[in-house]
Design a protein around this ligand. Structure first.
Ligand code: MN
Length: 257
């Protein structure tokens, strides 16, 4: 089993090192690390099509080799799977992210969009994130990854679906299979003036919150101290609205002028 390990925090982040280290313990697993050369958190599913990309072989702690690439996490996956790696990749594992990716975070997250890019390219994928904002301890998340990955690898998972895993801080109480919950963001506009008198802006605000009292959601499970495993599908169609919108009577005849 050839596993491609990636992340969005950058190839030198501690979370990816902990992840690849744990996955090396899976019997029969061969690991390739290819990840952004810088922190690419919150870039979403950015794909670089209008500038060149570079790939640099690097050596991490303990002599572990990897490939650092310019561009986004999705770029790393595209580069790896479209020919840079000559050996077929069986599974992509992304993370372990420093910080959670729950609710609507997954639309911003490079950790999750790397997994999305993999499943768009037909390779099964899992994203792992740790619900902690400082003093990161990846131990439990890494051990759970080493437990989940071989189980996942034996499944026939439908196309365009992936697993999004969030691990609580501290010792997990267990595992809950969940659905996406609702995040609450507290973005604020910080309006300043640069030394030449021109205004500039920061998007500020605190750590996001969320609806934690909705049982069965990712936010609920992690807030209760459980590991959350959420199956995600890339079909974003609101299927239950198709009939309703069909009833709006929309029509268009190009010859109407
Ligand atoms: Mn990140």
């Amino acid at each position: 089993m050839h596993i491609l390990v990636t992340n969005d925090d950058g190839i030198y982040a501690p979370g990816i090192f902990a992840l690849q280290n744990a996955l090396r313990g899976i019997p029969g697993a061969r690991i390739t690390i290819m990840a952004p050369d810088q922190n690419q958190s919150t870039v979403g599913h950015r794909k670089t099509l209008r500038e060149p990309l570079r790939i640099t072989p690097v050596t991490l702690t303990d002599g572990v080799g990897g490939f650092a690439c310019s561009g986004s996490p999705a770029d790393a996956i595209t580069l790896a799977l479209s020919g840079y790696l000559t050996e077929k990749v069986d599974l992509v594992v992304s993370g372990i992210n420093s910080g959670p990716n729950m609710g609507q975070d997954i639309t911003y997250s490079g950790t999750v969009t790397a997994a999305m890019e993999a499943c768009i390219m037909g390779v099964p994928a899992i994203a792992f994130s740790l619900d902690q904002y400082s003093d990161f301890d990846f131990n439990h998340a890494a051990r759970f990854a080493a437990r989940l990955v071989p189980v996942f690898a034996r499944q026939v998972f439908p196309p365009l679906t992936l697993l999004n895993v969030n691990v609580p801080a501290g010792v997990p109480k267990g595992v809950k299979i969940t659905r996406q919950g609702k995040r609450l963001y507290y973005d604020t506009l910080i309006d300043r003036v640069d030394p030449s008198g021109r205004p500039y802006y920061w998007i500020g605000g605190g750590v996001p919150g969320g609806v934690y009292d909705d049982p069965g959601t990712d936010l609920w499970a992690v807030n209760q101290g459980y590991i959350s495993v959420t199956p995600i599908e890339l079909d974003m169609t609101a299927h239950n609205l198709i009939a309703a919108i069909g009833g709006w009577g929309l029509d268009f005849d190009g010859a109407d002028g």
